[in-house]
Every structure is written in structure tokens, then in C-alpha cells.
Design a protein around this ligand. Structure first.
Ligand code: CAP
Ligand code: MG
Length: 430
């Protein structure tokens, strides 16, 4: 009598309809386990199965079980009937396709690469409140990337000092001032104080420049506190809230997406902790999956890397992430991305940040183009003439890129850029 039934979840002749949710995994069977059985175990444990045959099996189970429909070397595609998944519940989807399966002894390594979600599944999600066009309209910025900076060092300023640096950043021509991912409401910089000081400085900067200025003020905390902080932001005329989405959790982001949307707040998603699971090419979850989930839930923008800065991510990966967030329909990329038609789900901005300075701006814009939120933080506050000159230098580098001019040429008529190039040149941080 068979004690397990994993092979019941394998049918490589199966053709999933347009109504099934399909997932692509990289997998390495443990010693002594065949690819077919390992694949069957992934499908079983992520849908209706368990380790042993069962005494009774209601007929409905057969209609709900996942099916391995393609095994190609170390890549497997699994189709999931839509009835497995609760409408509009991203957390439950992740408990299924990104849950127990990572810990199975029969699999030595497993990496969830991507999912392709049918229209019938995505129609239960609201997606980004504004979309890229809506953000550009709200900020009155066209024809260039939106720009921002985090006061540095990361934390330690009090609210007044923080806002004073924010003012210099805005006066240097930047659109946004961003909290660092580990700044929330600390003894030396309470959230309410920071909102009050930043509101004062924003109003002064808007009056002085005539431009729309905003900030990504970090509301990350328990969900009730995040709601309270979102209300505080809306009450002070802000149009963004920032959430560290990985540490806050999928369900919290889902709650805040609707709450912020009702308050007219876009969500800036920081991805701190992503490298705990997306960096190892043989195990974990890819950044394209995280980006896809966050667009589906409805953040307005999420960090996607620089390729040339201080943190992980190749040019190819970064360009792919930009497509996942911006495109209406992303085509399949072998072993990396599944075909995804986003239907009515609006676009979201990629955010490039991390080790950037004016000398690297053309490299980043060559990868992303202008539909980007570009964050240059240490790279403006470290400018020899200070924050405002650093922001001006960055804006000059953007102008040079847009006009097809080299930075060296632009620097001849742009002293702030010239000073930046004297200090950093084209240095790529390690
Ligand atoms: C960048 C940053 C961002 C990283 C996050 C930092 O500051 O504020 O958190 O960019 O990485 O704390 O390092 P610098 P990613 O510009 O001074 O490096 O964007 O890859 O998620
Ligand atoms: Mg940071």
C-alpha cells in the first residue's frame, strides 16, 4: 500500500487554463529524491497534500490540488486552481506558495522566482492609488526622474535638525525628503515633532521655490499606530507615507494601502530585509516576486536597486524590476519572469537608491530612463559645499543626461557638479 501520493501532483502533459495561478520555482532535490517526486512534493505541500496517503479524500480535493505541469532541469512550473486562493488576500497566497515548502527535507534548495496571476485573481486587488501619472500630476514634475534624499547620518538628528536638512535638500531642487528605514519615532526624534518641523520647512520651501515639495515620513509600527501616523500626515497636508513593507508585513501593508488611499496618501515602500531572502540565487524568494506583490497590493513605489551603488542587484535584475512595476504587460523571461497582464492595476515607480552621487546619475538613468524616483543621500550631504550644493549638483547631472551631455562638459558651466566630480568622480561604492 502506497504511503505517499506526491506523484498524483505531477502531470507534465497538463495545460493550465488561463484561469490558473502559475508559479515558477528553482529547486534542488535532496539526495535520493527524483526531480519528479521533489516537484510533486512542492505542489502537494503548497496546495492540498500532506506526507502520507489518507483514509478519506473528499472529491473536492482533486479539483483543488496543484499540478506540476513542466519540469525543465532545476526549474519547475506549478499550476494552482484559483479556488485555492482567497479573493484579495496576498498574505494567504504567500502562505501557500512561499510557506512550508522552503523547509521540506526532500528539497535541498528552493527559490520562488515568479508567479503569473490571471485576471480573475488580480481583479480583487486595488493596486497603486495614483500610478506613475498620478504621482507626476500630484508633484507637478514631468520629463525627469523625481528626486529625494535621506538626511544622513541615518538617525541621530532631532526633529528640528532633521527638518533643517530637509529644507536644504528641497532648496537644492529635490522633490522629496525621505526618512531612513530605521527612523520611526525615537526618543530624540518623535514622529509628531518631525511632522510638525517638516511641515514648517516644506511650506517655506514651497513658498521660496514655487515647486511642490513632499516627504516620505516613516510610519512603520504596529498597524493601529501606522493608521494614527497616516492621519497625522494627512492632517498636515502631506501626500505620502513611508512603510518598511517587509518588516511591517503583507497584511499590514494591505490594511494601510486602503487607509492611506482614503486619506489621499501614496505609499513609499522601503524594502529593508529583502536581502535576507532574495540574495541567494539558489534559495529564497526573488525581488521580482516581492515587487509584484507590492504593486498588486498597491504601494506607489518601491526600492529596486542601482546596479552601480553599494547594495546588491545587477543591471539586468534592476531593469527587470522596473518593468515589473511600470509595464502594463510583462512578457516571459526564461527562468526569471512569467508573462503577466496587469489589467487595470496601475503602474508603480521603481526607486533607485544606495551609494549614489552625481557622478553615477547617468549610469542609473541609462538603466531606468526618467520614470524613476532617484534617491541620492550620502551623495549630496557629503558634497564639499554641503547638502544644497549636493542636490544642485545632482539636478545638474540629471540635466546633462537629459541633454545628452557628458558630466565633464556640463561641469564646465556647473560649479556644484564640478565640485562633486572633484570629490567622487565616477566612483562606484563597494
Ligand atoms: C541609501 C539608504 C537606503 C538604501 C536602501 C541607506 O542611503 O538610505 O536605505 O538605498 O537600499 O540607508 O543606505 P545612501 P535599496 O544613498 O546614503 O547610500 O534602495 O537597495 O533598497
Ligand atoms: Mg536608508
Amino acid at each position: 500500500m502506497a504511503i505517499d501520493w506526491y506523484m498524483d501532483f505531477v502531470d507534465t502533459g497538463y495545460d493550465p487554463g488561463k484561469t490558473e495561478l502559475c508559479a515558477l520555482f528553482y529547486f534542488e532535490p535532496a539526495a535520493g529524491i527524483s526531480s519528479e517526486e521533489a516537484a510533486g512534493r512542492i505542489a502537494s505541500e503548497s496546495s492540498t497534500g500532506t506526507w502520507t496517503t489518507l483514509h478519506t479524500l473528499p472529491p473536492r480535493m482533486r479539483d483543488l490540488q496543484a499540478t506540476v505541469y513542466e519540469i525543465e532541469g532545476k526549474y519547475v512550473r506549478i499550476a494552482y486552481p484559483l479556488d485555492l486562493w482567497e479573493e484579495g488576500n496576498a498574505a494567504q497566497l504567500m502562505s501557500g506558495i512561499a510557506g512550508n515548502i522552503f523547509g521540506m527535507k526532500a528539497i535541498r534548495n528552493l527559490r520562488l522566482i515568479d508567479v503569473s496571476m490571471p485576471p480573475e485573481y488580480i481583479r480583487h486587488f486595488r493596486g497603486p492609488h495614483f500610478g506613475m501619472e498620478g504621482i507626476r500630476r500630484m508633484m507637478r514634475v514631468e520629463g525627469r526622474p523625481l528626486t529625494g534624499a535621506v538626511p544622513k547620518p541615518k538617525v541621530g538628528f532631532d526633529a528640528r535638525e532633521h527638518a533643517a536638512i530637509g529644507f536644504e535638500t528641497w532648496m537644492g531642487g529635490f522633490d522629496f525628503v525621505k526618512d531612513d528605514e530605521n527612523l520611526t519615532s525615537t526618543s530624540f526624534n518623535r514622529f509628531g515633532d518631525r511632522v510638525a518641523e517638516m511641515t514648517k520647512m516644506r511650506d517655506l520651501a514651497e513658498q521660496a521655490t514655487g515647486d511642490t515639495k513632499s516627504a516620505f515620513i516613516n510610519i512603520t509600527a504596529d498597524t493601529e499606530t501606522m493608521k494614527e501616523r497616516a492621519r497625522m500626515l494627512a492632517d498636515s497636508g502631506w501626500n505620502y507615507a513611508m512603510i518598511d513593507v517587509v518588516v511591517a508585513g503583507t497584511s499590514a501593508v494591505s490594511t494601510l494601502r486602503d487607509y492611506c488611499s482614503d486619506l489621499g496618501l501614496a505609499i513609499h515602500a522601503h524594502r529593508a530585509m529583502h536581502a535576507a531572502f532574495d540574495r541567494n540565487p539558489r534559495h529564497g524568494i526573488t525581488m521580482q516576486f516581492l515587487a509584484k506583490m507590492m504593486r498588486l497590493i498597491g504601494v506607489s513605489q518601491i526600492h529596486t536597486g542601482t546596479a552601480v551603488g553599494k547594495l546588491t542587484g545587477t543591471k539586468k535584475e534592476v531593469a527587470l524590476l522596473a518593468d515589473v512595476l511600470r509595464e502594463r504587460h510583462t512578457k516571459e523571461v526564461r527562468h526569471t519572469l512569467l508573462d503577466q497582464d496587469w489589467g487595470g492595476i496601475k503602474s508603480a515607480f521603481p526607486v533607485s537608491s544606495g551609494g549614489l552621487h552625481p557622478g553615477l546619475v547617468p549610469d542609473v538613468l541609462d538603466i531606468y530612463g526618467e520614470d524613476l524616483v532617484l534617491l541620492v543621500s550620502g551623495g549630496i550631504h557629503g558634497h564639499p559645499r554641503g547638502t544644497r550644493a549636493g542636490a544642485i549638483a545632482t539636478m545638474q547631472a540629471i540635466e546633462a543626461w537629459r541633454d545628452g551631455m557628458s558630466l565633464d562638459e556640463k561641469a564646465r558651466s556647473s560649479p556644484e557638479l564640478a565640485r562633486a566630480l572633484e570629490k567622487w568622480g565616477y566612483y562606484k561604492p563597494k
